[in-house]
Design a protein around this ligand. Structure first.
Ligand code: BTN
Length: 307
């Protein structure tokens, strides 16, 4: 992980005494950092804690917007609620609330989001895009693409995006997105984008229709590295959207949307639409060729894919 650095060198760089450095090293060890010390050679970092703490998340992160501030908790009710409180008090775009565990993690449609401590990634990002209300679903779609790219880059496994907000491996969900809005009729104040990901959750703790990345990969996943990859990919996709519009993200989305062309049923606002999944439009709405031959655009709902 690193080279040996002498205590003297560190104390010169930091401008503090060698005794102060020694104390800091003890604190870092207590925080879970593995640091070797050798007489005459100095100290060497050989392991970092598997914890989603600001100094770890920030390390080597070259983002423009996402991750400008981190609020990290050991446990909280829901990172969504914390992010809403911060945003209402004027927190700028790009701030992230992350928690090791949640006691009231929530999903879409009033469902719970199982959030065991230290096993997943549970975070909320504050965004303030200048969008029309009808364009908001695009943000969920963009987030799904960013998550899929981050997971693929870190693990080599290619997830599938199930419209609008689920990420799956072999038909089993391992991540979801919850986009909540604070707006007037025609003006968005802010968005909170919530991301929940089963990373190292063991399959025995999950229902049959769910999975985790570790379960699919067969080994533990570095949550800190994955979280950093999520911030980078979110930042890229969001910047690209602000500068170039929706097309690049839509193209990315199509490469992960395995259900395109398949027969689907969409349950939306109390009715069902049966047909073939065709594409998404620029607002993130799903286009379905119905059995009556029309193209219907569906902006919210739940997709069932026929076997
Ligand atoms: C879904 O698939 O239904 C969306 C799940 C979103 C869960 C995340 S975990 C972090 C953030 N805090 C919450 O309470 N929910 C979101």
């Amino acid at each position: 992980m690193g080279e040996f650095v002498s205590g003297e060198q560190i104390s010169r760089m930091a401008g503090v005494s060698r005794t102060a450095i020694w104390k800091d090293i003890q604190h870092l060890r207590a925080d879970g950092y593995k640091i070797l010390s050798q007489p005459h050679a100095g100290y060497r970092l050989v392991g970092s804690p598997d914890r989603l703490i600001p100094q770890e998340l920030r390390w080597n992160l070259n983002t423009q917007r996402i991750g400008r501030a981190f609020y990290a908790y050991e446990t909280t009710d829901s990172t969504m609620d914390v992010a809403h409180r911060l945003a209402a008090a004027g927190e700028p775009e790009g701030s992230v609330v992350v928690s090791e565990g949640q006691s009231k993690g929530r999903g879409r449609l009033g469902r719970n989001w199982f959030s065991p401590k230290g096993k997943g990634i549970y975070l909320s990002i504050i965004l303030r895009p200048a969008l029309q209300l009808a364009e908001i679903p695009f943000i969920t779609l963009m987030t799904a693409v960013a998550l899929a790219r981050a997971v693929e880059a870190q693990t080599g496994l290619k997830p599938e995006i199930k419209w609008p907000n689920d990420l799956l491996f072999n038909g089993r969900k391992f991540a979801g997105i919850l986009t909540e809005l604070n707006a007037e009729l025609n003006r968005i104040h802010y968005l909170v984008v919530g991301i929940g990901m089963n990373v190292n959750v063991s399959s025995s703790a999950l229902p049959a229709h769910a999975t985790s990345i570790a379960q699919e990969l067969g080994e533990r996943v570095d949550r800190v590295a994955l979280a950093r990859a999520i911030f980078s990919q979110m930042d890229l996709a969001y910047s690209q959207f602000l500068e170039e519009g929706v097309q690049p993200t839509l193209e990315g989305w199509r490469t992960f949307a395995g259900f395109l062309g398949k027969r689907i049923r969409v349950v939306t606002e109390g009715r069902t639409v049966d047909g073939q999944a065709m594409d998404v439009d620029s607002t993130g709405a799903l286009l379905v060729r119905t059995d009556h031959g029309f193209i219907e655009s569906v902006s919210a709902g739940e997709v069932l894919v026929a076997r």
